[in-house]
Each structure stands twice: as C-alpha cells, then as structure tokens.
Design a protein around this ligand. Structure first.
Ligand code: URA
Length: 190
C-alpha cells in the first residue's frame, strides 16, 4: 500500500483475522497523519468499536488529559492500536491475532514515519519492542526500535486504563510523560 487510504481499504477488505467478524467497526487511527509523534495502544474497546476511533472511551479521555499536560493534543499526534478490531469482551489479543495484523501495523508506521513513538501498556510495548518483558520493568526506558522498515526512538508507558484502575501509578506515568516531552522539545516536534 502506498498511502494510508490504501492501507485502510486493504484492512477493510482483509478477511484473514477472525476479530473482524465480531467487531462492529474497523478502528484505523485518529489524530493527524502528518504528525511526527505516534502513540500506539493495544486494541479498541467497546466505545472505540462503536465509534470506529481509537481512545474515545474513559481511557481515551484520560489520554487526552495526559497529552494536554505536556502541550499535545490530537492535532499534534497520530494514534493507532496494535490491533484494528475489538477482541470480544476486551479480552487480551492472542499471539495469532497479533501476528496476523502485524504487517498492517508495520506499514502504517512506515507510511506515517513518526520521529517519536510512545507505546501505551504492556501488549503494545511487547509488540513494538519485540520483547516478553513486563511493562513495569520496561516503562520509562527509551529504546530505538524498528517497526517494519522504520527506525524510531520509542518510550513505553503505562496504559491509561491501568491508571484509571491504579491511580497511584499516575506518578510513574507522569515521569514518562515529562521524559517524552523533553524529547519532543529537543526535536522541535510540537
Ligand atoms: N485501549 C486501547 O488500547 N486502545 C483504544 O483504542 C482504547 C482503549
């Protein structure tokens, strides 16, 4: 696919992942495709499935506040998930489902070619950083990753849904956000 439109169409036509048959909508992306900052979440939840947009439920509202706290919003970032369809009942995606959809994620990152990436939560971190390590150990540590053919510095942080369940962890997420903001400022990205 040579453009995001083509990629979205290819996903809409892709019948290889069973999740599409239980999902109501394809959740492709939100935000600015020209942005140089990309956020990668796990998979759509109920609200996202209904609206066809990532991070529009309660976790998404918290994400918007987290972004606002470091001077960002959906015009300055592009937001995707590792999976474009909601797993039934929000269960964790299986490795097979992840594997099936990974080529689409890779291409989406290549086409947007972000200068910085932040992953949200364990599963997105494990996919992007190609690791089985846990998020508590990995969060806050920058690494250069290669997604598809695109090399980019990436920072894993906690998932906003986790922060809603564990408010004290917001302290750690805040440290990660400040570290992210510092790189954004250094590179003049927003
Ligand atoms: N959680 C995610 O990881 N992604 C969404 O789009 C919504 C909730």
């Amino acid at each position: 696919c040579k453009s995001l439109d083509e990629l979205k169409q290819a996903l809409a036509n892709f019948e290889g992942c069973p999740l599409r048959y239980t999902a109501k909508n394809l959740v492709f992306a939100d935000g600015n495709p020209q942005a140089r900052i990309m956020l990668i979440g796990e998979a759509p939840g109920r609200d996202e499935d209904l609206q066809g947009l990532p991070f529009v439920g309660r976790a998404g509202q918290l994400l918007d506040r987290m972004l606002a706290a470091i001077g960002l919003d959906r015009t300055s970032v592009y937001i995707i998930n590792t999976l474009p369809w909601r797993p039934p009942g929000n269960r964790t995606p299986t490795p097979e489902e992840m594997e099936l959809c990974l080529p689409f994620l890779n291409r989406q990152v290549e086409l947007v070619a972000p200068k910085l990436v932040m992953t949200l939560g364990g599963p997105a971190m494990q996919t992007v950083f190609k690791t089985t390590s846990g998020i508590i150990k990995m969060r806050g540590k920058w690494q250069d990753v290669t997604i598809g053919a695109h090399a980019v510095p990436a920072l894993p942080t906690l998932h906003p849904a986790y922060l809603l369940r564990n408010p004290p962890a917001k302290q750690q997420a805040w440290r990660d956000l400040l570290s992210f903001k510092q790189r954004v400022d250094e590179l003049g990205l927003a």
